[in-house]
Design a protein around this ligand. Structure first.
Ligand SMILES: Nc1nc2c(ncn2[C@@H]2O[C@H](COP(=O)(O)OP(=O)(O)O)[C@@H](O)[C@H]2O)c(=O)[nH]1
Ligand SMILES: [Mg+2]
Length: 1018
């Protein structure tokens, strides 16, 4: 089959069929082809024509074909300017295997219906015609294995489900906008050419094309290549030049399974980072005419000097290595690196965390910053969700003297800094100053600052999951859209983000960035910036005052107890840990690429501020870098790139010695965004996540603001093929719909659904990786807990047996938005008069989103012996397994401010008989305390949270006692304490957990309280 389909017009064919003189048909092939042999012997048998070329399609010609028709297997009717395929041809050619109709004038209606009866057709060439749609009749040609539709104007490939035998598919030079979704069933496909179309993405579905050898997507509008493409085991050639591909993410390169492609062509794209990791899997890598500035040594390091690989890099704005070296090919680059590496110092980089409301311009900001030219987010194919990682470097960073000791970066500071930059040849600012210039030349300015930029999706949905990744040390960049800003949106656009950030870290370094500068007049912009600045100061002051007021309340007291003094301590810490905000809003425009030199200057100055970032820009020992490469490589070869800390320690120790440095090195890698190692998180510090971007993807697969949409899409493409055809799972469409509904409505996810959601990140051939990730999510990240549902039963069992065959579902509190069920009060109300233990944690400023959700998952743990009865959006209700107790945790947001109150209450559940034996306060504390302590541990990682702990007076039910579960000693020593509200002497067993020795006669106290109540009501 001619796959290139170049016009091959027969001379004279232009004149139309009727005027053609000469032969009308050529018998070009005979059975056995004996006629070709010069010494051919006459045969007794009649010869049978196998292959026929028609020069016209007149009725005469067709008739003369009649006696051959049962034999003809190949028919060529190309280049005839024909605009119709007659029934006549089709009827006569029922045995046809190959048909070439290329280079005609065929239109959508040209193929007769009977065309679909050409059952034996294996190869069909329809290239160079005028089709605008897939001819419907070809959709039934089940045996078709080679099809060319090249050079038409077809825009959709839908409806080819029956064509499962396809091996070669030529779709180039059409108007397709999407292809991959419609060919997932073509598992035998080997060659696919869809160059010169309008395709925007190579979907994840490409991974089903396991036999694909050649893939050509040149000249389309693709911005992202899924890593699955590179993992196709049979792929030999990948051509993806002339697209808009901006980066090639890292992916698993398991050396055992790694095969080598003969070429990867990524020329004429917009890559800004050297995808050197591809050199491992291809003989020839063409990345010419992109936007790559440096080729990192670390990526080429693994190459041998005598490499036979080819790397094409011309047409890039390369500054390193020098162009003349690059022009001489990969060998000379490797040599260059090997010779220069000894002099090359590496300095510690840092993370930049970009956040702000959705649509505030974060993604455009980051892309423009990284690319050094205007980029608006429409260019990117996927709407951001989760966290997007980009890397960039600032070259020629100067060694700067310590900045002046004021905490806030002032405008004046900025300008001085700008000047200094400009004279270092960066041409970032117009003003030059000879005096400074002479100074500068003497100072050293050859450092490179490596930045790892995390672009946080701004949808409020991520307020909880993203907390995990918002850490210090890092520069936070908060963007807001100056064009759509109005005073009443200040909270939503600016201050709520501050509250969110401060709650986690308390110490912050923030650049406040106004975007969309191109859309405002100068005066308006100035007014907006001034207002935002003033309002932010006022907001910070207000927040400060809330804390100050609490401090005053304590200091005014005559006697400061141990509890109060520890509170005082915590409160004043909140005031002391200042945050640094650049006092002026930096105005930027991603559309015009303005404001970025100020950003660069600010980042550079902050990076040099050794009080804020003592580690940044320090030289990194070579040994650390070796470990870094080792860790990186290790991560790239793992399906689930997570190692246990101890294991990594052993491996490093074995390979490099100096085990004891691992903590320090991992901390460095964590701070620079190379790995994730949450050393302050007790549940997680035993794990090291070697590829942060992979982990973000796992998060993103589950935590999605657009889940409804996402699940819809999943079933459309990859999901049905993965799971519906997976022999073990046997999931039907209706089961899928049911699981989806359940997740969206109840926040309960079925294991199979979860598997699907993660399927593009984890191989499905084996369950191991999935369970590994599941275990991490449930047990280390407090994602959710196991529940079960029996078929045909309505409710869920929130406490199933571990191995129950019905428990394949997980309740994920963050997704659970159902209202409190009425059944709760039916059980809770009747025992309202019983003995109880109740208290609150009040968050006057801000309660971090997700805190309650994590608390509930932890409370559910087996060790707490709670049997969950109900779990709704803002609370849960449980019984204790052994003690007769009902338990409720719930939280409510204050209507007046940002504050929130989390309440816990234990009620004795011996019915409403006041004389029945009730559970002692001491016993309640035994159950409550571990839950509270778990909660306190969670709180511990939010250093900027203001929290008040209060206990309820068992008599008057007012919150009149300080919660002392963290500092119980003082109260434990007393038998009773007076209530500040009702002045009743209250047994301290209700206020703090009693010492073990203390025996309390609860029933006596209960009776006393009871009679006091009766007296009162009289
Ligand atoms: N005119 C103009 N449009 C911008 C600018 N920055 C972003 N946009 C547009 O604003 C919209 C939201 O931008 P995006 O970067 O996706 O915001 P994100 O949701 O914060 O990541 C997109 O339509 C961008 O094209 C800018 O500086 N100028
Ligand atoms: Mg975005």
């Amino acid at each position: 089959m001619s796959t290139t389909a170049r016009p091959r017009r027969r001379p004279g064919s232009r004149g139309g069929n009727s005027v053609i003189k000469g032969p009308t048909m050529a018998h070009v092939g005979f059975q056995g082809a004996r006629h070709m042999h010069p010494e051919r012997l006459p045969s007794a048998k009649r010869e049978r024509t196998l292959s026929v070329r028609l020069f016209d399609t007149n009725e005469d010609t067709l008739e003369s074909m009649d006696n051959q028709s049962s034999n003809v297997k190949i028919l060529m009717v190309n280049g005839l300017n024909m605009n119709n395929v007659s029934e006549g041809i089709v009827e006569r050619m029922q045995h046809l295997q190959k048909l070439d109709l290329s280079e005609n004038q065929l239109i959508d209606t040209s193929l007769p219906d009977s065309f679909s009866t050409l059952d034996n057709l294996v190869e069909l060439n329809l290239s160079n015609n005028k089709f605008t749609k897939l001819p419907p009749s070809i959709k039934k040609l089940r045996n078709l294995s080679r099809l060319s539709l090249s050079f038409n104007t077809i825009d959709s490939l839908k409806g080819l489900e029956k064509l499962k035998k396809m091996q070669v598919l030529m779709l180039d030079h059409n108007k397709f906008t999407s292809v991959f979704k419609d060919i997932t069933h073509m598992r035998k496909l080997e060659i696919l050419d869809c160059s010169s179309n309008n395709i925007r993405e190579v979907g994840l579905d490409v991974r089903f094309l396991k036999n694909l050898r050649e893939l050509n997507v040149t000249k389309n509008r693709i911005s992202v290549l899924p890593t699955d493409v590179f993992q196709l085991n049979s792929l030999e050639s990948l051509k993806a030049g002339q697209n808009q591909i901006s980066k090639i993410p890292m992916f698993n390169m398991n050396p055992q399974h790694c095969h080598c492609l003969s070429e990867i062509d990524l020329s004429s794209n917009v890559l800004n980072k050297f995808p050197g990791h591809l050199l491992v899997i291809t003989k020839k890598l063409d990345i010419s005419s992109n936007r790559i500035k440096t080729l990192e040594w670390s990526k080429i390091k693994k190459m041998e000097l005598q490499t036979d690989k080819d790397l094409y890099v011309e047409g890039n704005p390369l500054t390193f290595p020098p162009t003349d070296i690059c022009e001489c090919g990969l060998k000379s680059m490797v040599q260059f690196f090997q010779e220069t590496q000894l002099n090359l110092k590496v300095y510690q980089g840092m993370k930049i965390l970009v956040l702000g409301a959705p649509g505030s311009g974060k993604t455009s900001f980051v892309q423009t910053l990284v690319d050094g030219q205007s980029r608006l987010s429409e260019e990117m194919y996927e709407k951001s969700a989760g966290i997007e990682v980009s890397d960039m470097t600032f070259e020629n960073i100067a060694n700067k003297p310590e900045p002046p000791p004021n905490v806030t970066v002032t405008k004046a500071n900025m300008e001085i800094h700008k000047k200094r930059l400009s004279v270092h040849g960066k041409e970032r600012s117009e003003d030059t100053d000879d005096e400074v210039s002479s100074n500068a030349s003497s100072s050293e300015h050859n450092k490179t600052l490596n930045l790892c930029i995390w672009d946080f999706c701004g949808n409020p949905f991520y307020l909880y999951p993203h907390y995990m990744f918002f850490e210090q040390p890092a520069i936070a960049i908060l963007t807001f859209n100056m064009y759509t800003y109005t005073s009443d949106k200040f909270d939503e656009m600016v201050s709520s983000w501050f509250d969110w950030m401060i709650a986690k870290t308390n110490k912050l370094v923030v650049l406040l960035v106004g975007t969309h500068a191109d859309k405002l007049k100068k005066e308006k912009m100035k007014a907006v910036c001034n207002e935002v600045k003033a309002k932010l100061q006022a907001h910070a002051e207000k927040q400060r005052q809330i804390v100050q007021k609490k401090i005053d309340e304590i200091t005014e007291k005559p006697h400061i107890s141990q509890t109060l003094s520890s509170q005082l301590n915590a409160y004043s810490l909140l005031l002391h840990e200042k945050f640094v905000v650049q006092s002026e809003v930096i105005t930027t425009s991603a559309a015009k690429n303005t404001g970025y030199e100020t950003i660069a200057a600010s980042v550079e100055m902050l990076a040099n501020d050794s009080r804020q970032f003592p580690h940044v820009l320090r030289p990194i020992p070579t040994f650390w870098l070796d470990v870094e490469s080792f860790v990186e490589e290790r991560g790239n070869t793992m399906v689930v790139p997570i190692v246990k800390f101890d294991q990594l320690k052993d491996e490093i120790g074995e390979k490099f010695g100096m085990k004891h440095l691992l903590n320090t090195i991992l901390q460095y890698l964590h701070e620079t965004g190379k790995v994730l190692w949450f050393s302050n998180n007790a549940a997680l510090k035993g794990h090291v996540i070697l590829r942060p971007a992979w982990f973000f993807d796992i998060f993103r697969a589950i935590f999605r603001h657009d889940l409804t949409e996402k699940l819809e899409i999943e079933v459309e493409d990859s999901f049905k093929t993965i799971v519906f055809e997976d022999e073990t799972s046997g999931i039907t469409q209706s089961k899928y719909d049911q699981m989806k509904e359940e997740f969206l409505a109840e926040g309960i996810v079925d294991r199979d659904l979860l598997k699907c959601m993660l399927s593009h990140l984890l191989p499905l051939e084996t369950n191991g990786p999935f369970y590994e990730v599941l275990d991490l999510l449930l047990n280390n990240l407090d994602l959710g807990y196991l529940v079960s549902k029996r078929p045909r039963e309505n409710g869920y069992n929130l406490d199933p047996e571990k191995d129950s065959m019905h428990s394949r579902k997980y309740l994920i509190p963050w997704f659970r938005n159902v209202p409190e069920p009425t059944s709760v009060q039916e059980l809770w109300e009747p025992i309202a008069g019983n003995q109880r233990l109740a208290g609150i944690c009040r968050f006057p400023k801000y309660m971090p989103p997700g805190l309650f959700e994590m608390l509930s998952v932890r409370a559910h743990r087996d060790k707490n012996r709670l049997k969950f009865l109900s779990h709704w959006g803002s609370g849960f209700h449980a019984r204790h397994r052994e003690e007769k107790l009902q338990i409720m945790f719930s939280y409510t947001r204050h209507e007046t401010d940002n504050g929130t109150t989390l309440r816990f209450e234990f009620r004795d559940d011996h019915g409403s008989d006041p004389h029945a034996d009730s559970v002692s306060a001491a016993a309640m504390w035994t159950i409550l305390l571990p839950i509270l302590m778990d909660f306190e541990e969670l709180l511990h990682s939010y250093t900027g949270v203001l929290v008040e702990r209060l206990m309820e007076c068992p008599n008057c039910k007012m919150l009149s006692f300080i919660g002392e579960w963290l500092t119980p000693k003082e109260t434990q020593g007393m038998p009773t304490r007076p209530c500040a509200e009702c002045h009743e002497e209250i047994d301290t067993a209700f206020l703090a957990q009693p010492r073990e020795k203390k025996r309390v006669d609860i029933s006596q106290i209960r009776r006393r309280i009871h009679s006091a109540r009766e007296q009162k009501s009289n």
